[in-house]
Design a protein around this ligand. Sequence first.
Ligand code: ATP
Ligand code: MG
Length: 159
Amino acid sequence: QPLKPIEVLEAAADRFRFQCQQKNIDFHLSLKEDLPRIYAARDQIDQVLDNLLSNAVKYTPEGHSVSLSARQKADGFVEVAISDTGIGIPQKDLERIFERFYRVDKARSRSMGGTGLGLAIAREIVQAHGGTIRMESRYREGTTVRITLPPCEPEVTSS
Ligand code: ATP
Ligand code: MG
C-alpha cells in the first residue's frame, strides 16, 4: 500500500532512540519535507529499517553517533541513509557482506549475537520492492547503508 516515508522513518527512529540513549550514542534524524509516497509493505520496510538500525547501534561504540536521513533523488527515488561512526568494515569484506551468514569477524560476531542474516534479508526485501541497497564503509571510521525505493506512480484515472 502507499506509505508516507516520514511516518515510517519517524516510527523507526522512535524504536531506536531509547537504545541509543542506553548506549550513550548520539542519534540524529534528518528527513526532507514532502518526500513522495512509496508503494511498499509496511511490515517489510520496518524489518529492513530495524535490521539496519540495529546493526548501526550494535557495531558502534559508546560515545559515537548514528544517523537516519532521507531525501528524494533526482531520478525520483526516495533514498534512506543509515550512517554510523562505528567500527566499520574492512574493504575486503564489503563485497560479501550481503551474503547469508556472512559476518566480518567470527569471534567478535559470536559475542555480539545474531545470525548474519539481517543484511541478506534486507537486500531481498528492498530488491523485491524495485529498490537498491548499497553499503559504504571504512574500517574503524564508520559505515553508511543507502537504500532507494521507487515513488508511487502518479495515479492513473480510470473511467
Ligand atoms: P543478524 O542481523 O542476523 O542479527 P548480523 O548483524 O551479524 O546478525 P548482518 O546484519 O547480516 O548480520 O550483518 C553481517 C555482518 O556485517 C555483521 O556480522 C557485521 O560483521 C557486519 N556489519 C553489518 N553492519 C555493520 C555496521 N553498521 N558496522 C560494522 N559492521 C557491520
Ligand atoms: Mg544485523
